[in-house]
Design a protein around this ligand. Structure first.
Ligand code: IMP
Ligand code: MG
Length: 378
């Protein structure tokens, strides 16, 4: 059985949700392993838009696929309760296919309050993520297991847990699921992206979790072998929040791209910063993230251009986060396309990406529909 991971290659919002949702039907488990409700995974199902903040991007219409919220996450139980209630409304009974790792730490209301007061300078989503991970690392955090076993007694949070149990959500430990999971196929869904990773992202403008392949194993899935790690990147780049963004556009061109790509945060509604595809950053992300193959999304947005600019080099190929602070990006123009389903038209662009990153492109996506996700074979 082959297990895969789908990671964000850049600063998040690359379209992982859409890709994972499409792939999920062929898997038994879709496992989120990092982050919390700072993520916003946008999914279009039956013509309707869904945003999952905590739930993995499972196609819940398919009865065989189960969702797992892993130990590396930080979970706001009230938010999860709301997502589960919405899910049950759309797909009654689906909540009984949701499993939550009791070793995950909780995001408490005070974490959210603190985030709002203290993390504006990096552009936090204010979902309490930083303070929750800080308390975890500081050995002062509260695990869901503490609530479950009454080591931490708090009727306010207990209530959310009971409501979740009432809908059929399971609270488990990964090792107790090992046998069952090993019988199936696993898809690990990353949140955020490699450039927001706490260790390898562009510190301090990062989130606080492990967004690389490392996050899978630090969540207790040492028993699961990941066969292929896919990195998802748009054919241009976006970023939410502060910090270096070497290929960022300003002015009219930025306005155009933001509008064309509908680049507004799924979680916060903030206009995203936009720029051209950044090949040195993408290569860095492949190397640090453990990415084997690439999936390129949103080719439809750049259709109709004679040429597509891409950032080709920095003054030095980035090998550490500080290389992004004074990158001095240089650009080149690649032949554009009118129709992103025409392999001859998009081949020059794909060739450049493969050459620059040393990774093959396996899939492309030309829109929000399932039928827009196409396998790429040269
Ligand atoms: P935090 O994770 O809310 O503390 O935010 C830290 C930084 O990561 C900010 O710049 C956020 O905008 C960014 N960030 C966090 N989660 C996401 C995401 O899912 N997509 C895009 N940016 C994110
Ligand atoms: Mg997002």
């Amino acid at each position: 059985m082959s297990n895969i991971a789908v990671l964000g290659a850049m600063w998040g919002d690359e379209g992982k949700g859409h890709i994972t949702h499409h792939f999920s039907r062929d898997y038994d488990w879709v496992i989120r392993f990092n982050g919390g409700a700072n993520a916003g995974h946008t999914i279009y199902r039956d013509g309707k838009k869904f945003v999952h903040n905590l739930l993995p991007s499972v196609d819940f219409r398919v009865p065989t696929v189960k969702a797992y919220l892993g130990a590396g996450m930080v979970i706001n139980l009230q938010k999860l309760r709301d997502e589960i209630y919405d899910l049950e409304e759309a797909y009654p009974g689906a909540a009984s296919r949701v499993y939550v790792d009791r070793e995950a730490f909780m995001v408490l209301d005070e974490h959210i309050e603190e985030d709002k007061k203290t993390n504006g300078h990096i552009g936090s989503t204010n979902r309490g993520i930083g303070p929750a991970y800080r308390d975890k690392v500081n050995r002062k955090g509260v695990r869901i297991d503490d609530l479950w076993t009454n080591r931490h007694f708090d009727p306010y949070y207990d209530d959310f847990m009971y409501q979740l149990c009432g809908k059929g959500v399971h609270f488990v430990h990964a090792l107790d699921m090992e046998k069952e999971m090993k019988l199936g196929k696993l898809l690990f869904e990353g949140a955020q992206g490699v450039l927001l990773d706490i260790n390898h992202g562009i510190y301090p403008y990062v989130s606080c979790s492990d967004a690389t392949i490392g996050g899978i194993y630090s969540s207790g899935f040492g028993f699961a072998k990941v066969d292929t790690v896919y990195g998802v990147a748009k054919v241009y780049t976006t970023k939410v929040g502060e910090g270096p963004f070497p290929s960022e556009l300003q002015g009219e061109e930025a306005e155009w791209l933001r509008k064309a790509g509908n680049e507004y945060g799924a979680t916060t509604g903030r206009p995203r910063r936009v720029g051209w595809l950044d090949l040195p950053a993408l290569k860095y992300a492949c190397q640090k993230g453990g990415i084997d193959k690439l999936i390129l999304t949103k080719l439809d947005i750049l259709a109709g251009r004679d040429v597509v600019p891409v950032c080709a080099t920095y003054k030095k190929p980035p090998s550490c986060p500080s290389d992004f602070f004074d990158a001095d990006p240089k650009y080149m123009e690649v032949l554009g396309w009118d129709n992103c389903r025409d392999t001859t038209q998009i081949k020059p662009f794909i060739n450049e990406v493969e050459y620059a990153t040393g990774r093959e492109v396996s899939f492309i996506s030309c829109g929000t529909d399932d039928s827009d996700i196409l396998a790429w074979s040269p």
